[in-house]
Design a protein. Structure first.
Length: 132
């Protein structure tokens, strides 16, 4: 590998690391922001803290109506969705990064990790098991 290729690979790796760091930081701040808005709305509106276990929105319309009317449940739900999507997007970016570096062994491993996460979320959404 020539020096030029090493420098290019190093700068591309640094760029990918910066992108991943930005994704993780943005996800963290967005998650915290939605949770804070939800908690502030809970206290301002004087509602008890809802038990969100097993409660789902029946449609996007219902979710958006809760969001527009500043219902705390919608913001707490958004925070949870952002919390889940942050590492998922990081894994997805890793797939792209390994592909660009032609490191297909790690592409395969990362695709498996990505699929496990996605399947877990789908199973958790479809099969709502009550524990307790």
């Amino acid at each position: 590998m020539s020096n030029k290729e090493k420098v290019t690979l190093k700068s591309e790796t640094q760029f990918i690391n910066r992108v991943v760091a930005i994704i993780l930081a943005t996800g963290m701040f967005t998650t915290v922001g939605f949770y804070l808005i939800g908690l502030i709305l809970l206290f301002v509106k004087g509602r008890p803290i809802p038990d969100l276990a097993g409660q789902y929105f029946h449609s996007f319309g219902e979710f958006f109506s809760y969001l527009v009317t500043l219902h705390p449940r919608a913001f707490l739900y958004l925070g949870t969705v952002c919390l889940i999507l942050t590492p998922v997007s990081r894994v997805f970016i890793s797939i792209i990064a390994f592909w660009r570096e032609k490191d297909f062994k790690y592409v395969g491993v990362t695709v498996i990790v990505f699929l496990v996460i996605v399947i877990s979320v789908i199973i958790g959404s479809v099969f709502k098991i009550n524990v307790g």
